[in-house]
Design a protein around this ligand. Structure first.
Ligand code: DWN
Ligand code: ZN
Length: 412
């Protein structure tokens, strides 16, 4: 099967290294969620997609690792294509700058994508981006951001420290969950971070994933699904601690964790303890919790396919709205193809004119949606529900309807 040597199965936990992995959901063997292809005849590699929980530290993670070079060196995701994210990262930059930074301080961002965050820090802050995606890093440079086209790790950290000095802040958003070698990451952070510096990380929150049935955010790029308890277990092995944590609505529920050295005289905020207790109260230390989640994914699949089969007759046109990576998981897991969705519309130029991975549904530009409004639009980018429903008010006023797949199947 193509791609065999590009994925391998782990036997130990990526946080505590114990060999106590409990599999609870198998989404099948499918192509990478950002593996958009130029033609439906393209030869698509496919990899097993199974998620496990560690029975020692309860870290939730993928059973298999797919080679990062094949997933991230050429990348179809540009953060700025989702306008709500520009505002999110704007307030992120001003919050971190006012809370932790002085003029002329140095910020490094791991996985800077097109510079959506770093370019919103003030002019007095020295900035450096790190991102392995050659095409996306080029866009960041065109936007004036100094960017290193590398996978962050101990070696890259050594080099940055040598060439630029230590960082007062290191930011990493929607990337720590993408890294197989979490201990290598923390070793690099330990090298690069100044003694009183802060490591700020945003990741989707396991609690929101579980509570809102977000099984479609499980895909090969997302190796880890973080809880506060697992994060604490990871950073304490590097004499660091979670000094604070904020819950955010972005991406269906995100935690922003503030990590500092234990030597920094600052006791963790109450929120860290509160969420730790909440996770235990929700049974994150019990395998049954994850089995129930898996049953929920199957239930959602039945509901979506039953609804689409009922709607999908000759007269009715249905399309996909947004071609997010998560959408391709939903489409492959539910076996929804071009016989159901005429096309998928997306704002990202790099995705337009391609075919979605696996199901090979054509991806088109927004103008098509306006020119030939369908009867129904399956909202694959459900995490931007409010913004998209507002934006497409004319479509709805003219009788168009959105099908919402997550957290509950609904028509609005
Ligand atoms: O972790 C990751 C997150 C941060 O981003 C990556 N592994 C990959 C990616 O995941 P995703 O593709 O599921 O992310 P989004 O941000 O949910 O993608 C939204 C998609 O929808 C983009 O392709 C842009 C598109 N979009 C659109 O067509 N019209 C978005 C909005 C807001 C719109 O109005
Ligand atoms: Zn573990």
């Amino acid at each position: 099967m193509p791609g065999d040597d590009l994925s391998w199965r782990r036997t130990d936990c990526r946080v505590c290294h114990e060999e106590t992995l409990y599999p609870f959901l198998d989404l099948g063997t499918i192509p990478p969620a950002n593996g958009f292809v130029d033609t439906p005849e393209a030869d698509e590699p496919a990899y097993p997609l199974e998620v496990v929980v560690c029975e020692t530290c309860n870290h939730v993670q993928l059973h298999d690792t797919v080679d990062g070079e094949s997933l991230f060196r050429e990348y179809h995701y540009f953060s700025s294509a989702s306008s709500p994210l520009i505002a999110h990262f704007g307030s992120y930059a001003s919050t971190i700058e006012s809370q932790y930074l002085d003029d002329d301080d140095f910020v490094v961002e791991i996985g800077c994508n097109d510079g959506i965050l770093l370019n919103q820090f003030g002019p007095s802050i020295r900035k450096l981006g790190v991102d392995p995606a050659e095409n996306v890093a080029e866009t960041a440079r065109e936007r004036g951001l100094e960017t290193i086209t590398e996978f962050f790790g101990p070696d890259v950290a050594d080099r940055i420290r040598e060439d630029y000095g230590q960082a007062n802040a290191i930011c990493a958003n929607n990337v720590v969950g993408h890294i197989d070698d979490l201990h290598g990451l923390m070793t690099g952070v330990d090298t690069l971070l100044s003694s009183d510096g802060v490591f700020v990380v945003e990741v989707p929150y396991l609690l929101d994933l579980i509570s809102n049935h977000q099984f479609d955010t499980i895909y090969h790029e997302h190796i880890s699904y973080f809880s506060i308890r697992a994060f604490r277990r990871l950073v304490e092995q590097f004499d660091m601690q979670l000094s604070d944590v904020n819950r955010m609505a972005v991406h269906g529920g995100t935690i922003r964790v503030h990590i500092q050295r234990e030597s920094v005289d600052r006791s963790p905020s109450r929120t860290v303890e509160d969420l730790t207790s909440l996770e235990l109260a929700m049974g994150f230390d019990r395998p049954e919790t994850y089995d129930e989640f898996a049953t929920g994914a199957e239930r959602t699949r039945t509901r979506i396919t039953t609804l689409l089969n009922r709607l999908n007759d000759d007269e009715t046109t249905i399309v996909g709205y947004g071609a997010p990576a998560k959408g391709n998981i939903l489409l492959n897991y539910c076996d929804i193809g071009p016989d159901t969705l005429d096309y998928i519309v997306d704002t990202t130029p790099a995705k337009q004119g391609t075919y979605s991975p696996g199901m090979n549904i054509p991806v088109r530009e927004p103008a098509v949606f306006r020119a030939e409004p369908p009867d129904y639009a399956l909202l694959l980018a459900w995490n931007y529900r409010d913004a998209i429903l507002d934006k497409e008010v004319t479509f709805r006023d003219n009788g168009g309807r959105f099908i919402i797949p997550i957290p509950y199947v609904d028509i609005v």
